[in-house]
Design a protein around this ligand. Structure first.
Ligand code: KG4
Ligand code: ZN
Length: 368
């Protein structure tokens, strides 16, 4: 047994994922995507997801162990997503993890999927020279408080924390998540599912200023978000342009650029308000939409503008805010390496599931 090797499993939504880490170093990160299965439904269909998880999970776990070059006897613990997510999908991962833990006499660690997106920027690649940071050194390096921005297909929220494991939810979407909004508008444009990556590709050829989308919730003093108005605006615009079939190529590109711009501008606007209230040392980005290069650029600009404004207002000494995002796209989408990163902290704190037979899914588990 090696003291820090963790096998983690995530079956919270439509991807069957397993990974092995040593502390926060990713040794393997296997994801069996069900995207093609669900495309026919234009979204995720829970019972179909459950069946596919059942078919994939053994193979995915074996592959994760093989790619990491690790045998079950070398593991220190097994971690599994307990929630939030689709109940039938979560059930498969939890059931597998319980059996695996019992069979190999390993402790079991239950993980919140959103905490994993929050901490995903801490995952480190396997270095050829072995010069990766220990978890302890990584934590010492963090300039708290951290403002985490989680932007996925199911969640869009701002979380503030002063220590790993204790989170304060300071703002969240009141309706659709940002990724969900992109997916729904993409559906109106017949872009397939999920539409986020296609919108990013098309947006690169479009003019983000051609159509003036609204900026939501500017009157509200809080840090909540709302994307349903942008969705309605897009629906009307597409109708006014004659419907999706009659759009010229450039119209489609411009629409995608404007949709993406307005969704990210809304997040950026609320983040800049939040930075005026919280003396953040770092801003972290996680979640499926964090794969988007334009979103990363927008947040970096938001942080830089915040610092510039503070300097202009005479706060010459405010420290530079550090921006962190996951080192690879495979860590932004649903994956198990991020689950293992959280488990690394819980392993050090000895936070194991006491009675594994009792462990049940928590489909609506809030992180804070
Ligand atoms: O975190 P995730 O894999 O699943 C959830 O837990 O929701 O996020 C999936 C979401 C989808 O809405 C998808 O359209 C979006 O992330 N997404 C993107 C990009 N890649 C994935 N959105 C914008 N640009 C991308 N490159
Ligand atoms: Zn997710």
């Amino acid at each position: 047994m090696q003291e820090n090797l963790i096998l983690a499993i995530d079956t919270s939504c439509d991807d069957t994922a397993a990974a092995v880490t040593a502390s926060s170093v990713v040794l393997s990160n296997v994801i069996a995507s069900q995207t093609d299965l669900h495309r026919a439904y234009g979204g995720v269909f829970p019972t179909v997801a459950k069946q596919a998880h059942r078919e994939n999970i053994t193979r995915v776990v074996e592959l994760a162990l093989r790619r990491a070059g690790v045998t079950p006897s070398e593991l220190a613990a097994v971690a599994v997503t307990q929630g939030p997510g689709l109940a039938p999908a979560l059930e498969v991962g939890i059931g597998f993890a319980k059996t695996f833990a019992a069979e190999h006499e390993l402790p079991l660690i239950a993980i919140n999927h959103i905490e994993a997106h929050i901490l995903s920027p801490l995952a480190q690649p396997k270095s050829r020279h072995g010069s990766t940071l220990s978890l302890f050194k990584q934590v010492v390096d963090i300039n708290f408080p951290v403002v985490s921005v989680v932007v996925s297909g199911g969640h869009t929220q701002f979380v503030v924390f002063d220590e790993i494991g204790r989170y304060e939810l300071v703002g969240q979407t009141l309706d659709d998540a940002a990724g969900e909004c992109l997916d729904k508008i993409g559906r109106m444009l017949n872009l397939g599912y999920p539409a986020g990556p296609v919108i990013e590709k098309f947006a690169a050829h479009g003019n983000p200023k051609r159509f003036e989308f609204p900026l939501p919730l500017t009157q509200a003093k809080d840090f909540n978000l709302s994307f349903s108005g942008l969705k309605t605006f897009a629906r009307n615009l597409i109708r006014d342009l004659g419907g999706p079939e009659s759009l010229a190529r450039q119209d489609l590109y411009d629409l995608c650029a404007c949709v993406q711009y307005s969704v990210f501008r809304h997040i950026s606007y609320k983040l800049s308000k939040l930075l005026q209230e919280v003396p953040a040392g770092e801003v972290w980005l996680g979640g499926g939409v964090a794969a988007n290069t334009e979103l990363r650029k927008t947040l970096r600009t938001t942080i830089a503008d915040h610092t510039k404004t503070a300097h202009k207002n005479g706060q010459a000494n405010i420290p530079k805010i550090r921006f962190r995002a996951p080192y690879s796209k495979r860590l932004t989408m649903d994956n198990a390496a991020m689950i293992a990163v959280v488990a690394g902290f819980k392993l050090r704190r000895g936070e194991f599931v006491k009675d594994t037979t009792e462990l049940d899914r928590k489909p609506r588990w809030e992180v804070a």
